[in-house]
Design a protein around this ligand. Structure first.
Ligand code: C5P
Length: 297
């Protein structure tokens, strides 16, 4: 017997970052949108905890207990006083270290899958609690759709959306480490007052209306200057996507994946072709959102 859970990637349509807190984290106003690029996590009974991964980026995925999927299985087993005797297999389509919550998706997926496999029947509240322990973006991977995350990004309010938004994602030649990008944010902010992070009302209204033009005018990412500072070539990818007629071009989360909002599925295909031809990125994908969060198949 095995259980498979499908979990979407995310793009941050707004990522407002406050000053570093005493615990090293940053308060955020983080507006997440789940998009239709998926990892699938399958759990099967086994003699002991084991993680495997397949997919184009599989070689970059750690298979030890630092993997968020392994940590999710361990966390649920510890709470229930059971042994985590499970093989967790990840079919990975979300870019690794890309700023699209691929690791978080695997954490949320493994948690939901183990809960079903072991019959532990955790409540939604407990699952969200465990997700927040695993990482700031993991609760959103469970919930999906669109949501505002405050605190570290883990305290979620679900947002209504009035339509589907069409995106193109350009994956970079290498990854970026999220802690390194936050450290660069701190370095660039030195000597400046960092305002409290707040969600943009224009952005929330654009999401609620399903208005791509209004959303394009309101998207923002406070981590973008830090990501560009560590990875200057991303400016060429952003420029190529803008020149191709995208409505908005921004770094996704801590990067280095770049995200391009387009008016419809057809223009997404056009922008994707232009980005592929530009030679400024490794691969290009299209995906629309919002889509549901982690779902048992
Ligand atoms: O929560 P998570 O483990 O995903 O965070 C990874 C790293 O990103 C943290 O160790 C921290 O350096 C940075 N981070 C942050 N503020 C947040 C979320 C993440 O500084 N709100």
């Amino acid at each position: 017997m095995s259980v498979t859970v499908r979990v979407p990637a995310k793009v941050n349509v707004q990522l407002a970052v406050g000053a570093a807190r005493p615990d090293g984290f940053h308060d955020l106003a983080n507006v997440f949108l789940a998009v239709g690029l998926y990892d699938e996590v399958t759990v099967t009974p086994a003699d002991e905890l084991r993680v495997t991964c397949a997919g184009p980026d599989a070689a970059q995925v750690p298979l030890d207990r630092t993997n968020l999927a392994a940590r999710a299985a361990l966390a649920l087993a510890a709470r229930r006083g059971i042994e985590p005797r499970v093989h967790v297999h990840i079919d990975k389509d979300i870019p690794v270290a890309g700023g699209m919550a691929g690791g978080s998706a695997d954490g949320a997926g493994a948690l939901l899958a183990c809960d079903a496999l072991w019959g532990t029947a955790a409540s939604r509240a407990e699952l969200l609690d465990i997700c927040a322990e695993l990482g700031s973006d993991v609760p959103f991977s469970l919930v999906g759709g669109a949501a505002l995350g405050i605190g570290r990004g883990e305290r979620l309010t679900v947002l209504e959306t009035g339509g589907t938004f069409h995106w193109v994602f350009a994956m970079a030649e290498r990854g970026l480490s999220t802690p390194a990008v936050f450290r660069e944010f701190d370095r660039l902010a030195e000597g400046r007052d960092v305002p409290e992070p707040v969600a943009s009302q224009d952005l929330l209204d654009a999401l609620a209306k399903g208005d791509a033009d209004a959303l394009a005018a309101a998207v923002s990412n406070d981590l973008q200057p830090a990501a560009l500072s560590l990875f200057p070539e991303l400016a060429d990818t952003l420029a190529a996507g803008r020149a191709a007629g995208s409505l908005a071009a921004l770094v996704s989360g801590s990067g280095p994946t770049t995200a391009f909002l387009t008016r419809d599925a057809e223009s997404a295909q056009r922008v994707a072709r232009a980005l592929r031809d530009s030679g400024t990125c490794r691969t290009v994908r299209t995906a629309a959102g919002p889509v549901p969060g982690a779902t048992v198949r």
